[in-house]
Design a protein around this ligand. Structure first.
Ligand code: SF4
Ligand code: FE
Length: 464
């Protein structure tokens, strides 16, 4: 099995026995849950596009481990072309899904652990890289989704992991056995974890020798005993339970985040990729964050959708020829392409690490992420400006379909006479979804804090 179809991928998740909670209740069938399924569809798209001859160049690669064709999400970057193709693939998927498609964290985590484990082995003659290679081969052969888990809940931010009042605020080793370790802790903001087969854990900040038990990286299946997933809320999320395709805005696709508790989880030795080498933690974190920053070319793809939706809204409102509308659309495009430019630039300037795997130019990647923390907000502001207030005040689809009052909405919410009222309502809901609803999780706040909050890139740039 080298490349699965989207359907085969979704079927594979039916065999997963996750412990997942939402609204205080255990979810027995996440695959068919109306709030979860759109996020699964988005990941399934990463499978289907890998089998689409039109996109295979961007979505698949030849594995340097097995020499077989694999999904690029499970590929280790072998040259700058691989880095550039990642950025282009991210934009493509953003355009097609208009949401967070989740699989990128895993690729960035695999690459960061790959190059770091190689350098640890060089220094200490450990076996981490060999283990990682074996794991990588398994993930590539089975075409699995790996969730990268970095962010601990952190407790008091002024204190290091080992100084915390509650020692579990950063994930740590609580027991050592001959065949492995037992870990306890919690990873926050876990993108797409319900849709992932494996979870690849990394530490979240640089560490000192006294933080040894917190310096740990490993991977386990997401349904390992002791892993508890608590599904994160999103603005307007319960609209997905209302059976209204129109009101959701983007009913096919979506992303999700969750809190993942590790309640005494056993990790076998062969799945441990770093254990106690505190001086390599900073390198691992920096490489993961560095790779993930240009991954935010996903926002460029989603930005394309938002710019297109804004242009359509202007047309439906009858103002597409107004010069200020054109200026705003041009400004949105300029901002969007500026993000793309920096994502491409850091990739073209990539270089090989000791392992042979390529890394992006860190300064340019930080510039890319700084752009991402700002520009989607301005693009969203301009989209709201162009759309008009009706994007947040229009009645529900049920009112629109009501035999008693629907005709009022049909009559009074029409813009230009050549466009059906329903089209105008749908485009408003899409803009609402991307700027304020479930889609905004990926497009706005994720842009701010994903791959490190703004200060993380500024601090690095000042230190460099
Ligand atoms: Fe991938 Fe973008 Fe989602 Fe991050 S926010 S997981 S880069 S799609
Ligand atoms: Fe992210």
């Amino acid at each position: 099995m080298a490349l699965k179809t989207g359907k085969e991928y979704i079927d594979s998740l039916r065999k997963h026995n996750l412990l997942i909670y939402m609204f205080g209740e255990k979810i027995d069938n996440p695959v068919d849950h109306p709030m979860i399924r759109p996020s699964m569809n988005a990941v399934a798209l990463t499978y289907d596009l890998a089998l689409d001859p039109e996109h295979m160049d961007l979505t698949t690669a030849i594995s340097h481990v097995t020499s077989k064709r694999i999904n690029r999400y499970n590929h280790i970057f072998q040259n700058t072309e691989d880095l550039v193709k990642k950025v282009k693939r991210q934009r493509l998927l953003g355009q097609k899904s208009a949401c967070c498609f989740q699989r990128c964290v895993g690729q960035d985590a695999l690459n960061a652990v790959y190059s770091t484990s190689f350098e640890i082995d060089q220094k200490y003659d450990t076996k981490y890289h060999q283990r990682l290679l074996k794991f990588l081969e398994y993930v590539q052969e089975e075409d699995l989704v790996t969730d990268g888990a970095l962010t601990d809940t952190k407790g008091n931010r002024a204190l290091s992991p080992s100084q915390q009042e509650d020692p579990d605020m950063y994930l740590r080793v609580v027991e050592r056995r001959t065949d492995g370790i037992v870990v306890r802790g919690c990873k926050a903001h876990q993108t797409g974890v319900v849709n992932s087969h494996e979870i690849l854990v990394m530490p979240t900040i640089s560490m000192e020798p006294e933080d040894k038990d917190y310096a740990i990286s490993f991977s386990v299946p997401t349904d390992t005993e002791g892993i508890v997933i608590i599904y994160g809320r999103q603005s307007c999320d319960t609209r997905k339970l209302e059976d209204s395709d129109m009101d959701v805005g983007n009913s096919t696709y979506g992303g999700h985040e969750a809190l993942v508790v590790f309640d005494n989880v056993f990790v076998p030795n062969e799945r441990i990729f770093l254990d106690g080498e505190t001086e390599f933690v900073g390198m691992l974190v920096e490489r993961f964050a560095g790779h993930h920053r240009p991954s935010y070319a996903c926002k460029v793809g989603v930005g394309d959708v938002l710019i297109g939706a804004s242009a359509l809204a202007a047309e439906y409102n009858g103002v597409s020829k107004a010069s200020h509308i054109k200026d705003k659309l041009i400004e949105m495009t300029h901002l969007n392409e500026t993000i793309y430019s920096s994502a491409l630039a850091c990739s073209y300037e990539g270089f090989p690490t000791d392992s042979g795997a390529y890394l992006i130019d860190m300064m340019l990647a930080n510039v890319c992420k700084q752009n991402v923390t700002r520009f989607p907000y301005e693009i969203a502001r301009l989209a709201e400006d162009i759309a008009g207030g009706i994007m947040v005040t229009q009645p529900s689809e049920k009112d629109y379909r009501s035999p008693e009052i629907g005709h009022y909405i049909e009559k009074y919410l029409r813009g230009v006479s050549s466009v059906p009222t329903e089209y105008r309502m749908r485009i408003m809901r899409l803009i609402e979804n991307l700027t304020l609803g479930t889609g905004a999780v990926g497009y706005r706040t994720e842009s701010m804090h994903g791959a490190g909050s703004p200060q993380a890139q500024i601090s690095w740039s000042l230190l460099a």
